[in-house]
Design a protein around this ligand. Sequence first.
Ligand SMILES: Cc1cc2nc3c(=O)[nH]c(=O)nc-3n(C[C@H](O)[C@H](O)[C@H](O)COP(=O)(O)OP(=O)(O)OC[C@H]3O[C@@H](n4cnc5c(N)ncnc54)[C@H](O)[C@@H]3O)c2cc1C
Length: 454
Amino acid sequence: MRYFSRSHKWGQRLRPPDIYEYYVDNFWFNTVDGESQKVNEPLRGSHKADVVIVGGGYTGLSAAYNVQNKFPEKKIVLLEGAHCGYGASGRNGGFCIATSLLDWDQTDPVLRQQSLEVSTYGIEFIKRMISEHGVDCDFSEKGMLNVALNNKQIKSLELYSNQLKSFGLESTFLQGKDLDAEIKSPLFVAGLYNPHGTTLNPAKLAFEMKRVVEEIGVEVIERSVVTRISPGKVNLVDTEFGDIRAPILIIALNAYVNKLGFFKNRVFPVSVHQIVTEPLSEAQWDSIGWQNRAGLSDMRTMYSYTIPTTDGRILMGGSDFVYYNNDALHSGNDKTVTRRIKDNLFEFFPQLKGLKIANAWGGTTAYTLGRIPSVGVIGDYRNIYYAVGFSEGVPSTQTAGRIIADLMAGEKNQFTDHFIVNRKIPYAGPARLRGIFGWGIKWIMENLDYSPIH
Ligand SMILES: Cc1cc2nc3c(=O)[nH]c(=O)nc-3n(C[C@H](O)[C@H](O)[C@H](O)COP(=O)(O)OP(=O)(O)OC[C@H]3O[C@@H](n4cnc5c(N)ncnc54)[C@H](O)[C@@H]3O)c2cc1C
């Protein structure tokens, strides 16, 4: 696998608009207090470090935390183009799915148990952030409810329930009055309550993780767009106003990674959009039930979810992944998509017609064919660690940071042996044809044997 395309950008510097989208109408950012919103000074001049991390989302922050804890003597610098949590990590739906790194095909009981430990680690890590470092991110352990809209989807729920059971994870099938007691929608015909999912405020988590990594000694530099990476025994990282050299590099750019020439035609950006309503009145909440406020996930597309916020709003996201031709990034608010999400909301809950939409925004996440991420080490000197391809990654990118630290320490355990480690990412066709290629693959996944349950 060619991980780095020299022809793409050798000697060519990129400008910020080429690299990521500009400011979006992100509701979550408004919920973060002013103090946490302080943005650090950019990198100026020439510097050196032991480890440089590029990207201040969950992957970069978790890697910073885990590596600094494992190697307290190392000088670690994290470079972020805008501010920590500016990318998908500060904009997402806040769903934490405990099963996203499960190795469903594994048959050996010991390895299955290890796979479960790795998969649930991300949520445990967030809990540790909360209990040990006082991270406040509106973490809610109310579980998740997968809902079916038709008989085919009921079958998918049954299949999913059996899969969960085979890993010792219980779930409850709901229909009729039992389902009505959880949520009232004329479209939902069945549900599967799974207590192993959680929800949280993603921007608060990212901003708070920045505080935590700074407290343990990591230097976080923001407003520093990396314009070029020159791999070598000592890697050189150029930013707009400065540069920094380090023998070890961690690339934590997920969807943005190919803009700097890495994993081109293997990891590519797709957009996901969300809306949030104004706060609901008591009568409006009563009309839809939702007493337990579990996060809702439905199966219309690979990515459709609805969650209640702590201040009494409904956030709905997904509709679908959107791919913009030639791996282009979008401004972060595609009105056609957000309008469709709004229509979906009132189809689900006609009782709420008239409720206003307060914010609508989008973000960029990564896609690989098969939707499986990869974490590992590359480079002629095996000194560039990376974690990419997390289309859903709120808990699993936390795990990625741990994997990177364990790999760097040369450890051999269930994390470094996990099937995503150094996983070869399939070729996704040339960027100009990706739209057609991608739709073909997506159609196969949705219509043949793939059940789009998170
Ligand atoms: C709208 C939306 C909803 C989602 N909902 C969910 C969900 O409910 N549950 C779930 O599990 N997952 C969800 N995801 C996916 C999840 O958010 C991502 O998988 C995860 O946040 C990826 O984290 P990351 O740190 O790897 O990448 P990012 O958070 O994208 O971080 C990359 C960082 O790199 C920075 N950067 C980019 N280019 C440069 C450069 N050249 N120089 C310096 N810095 C740069 C960016 O500013 C960004 O902060 C959603 C994603 C989106 C967009």
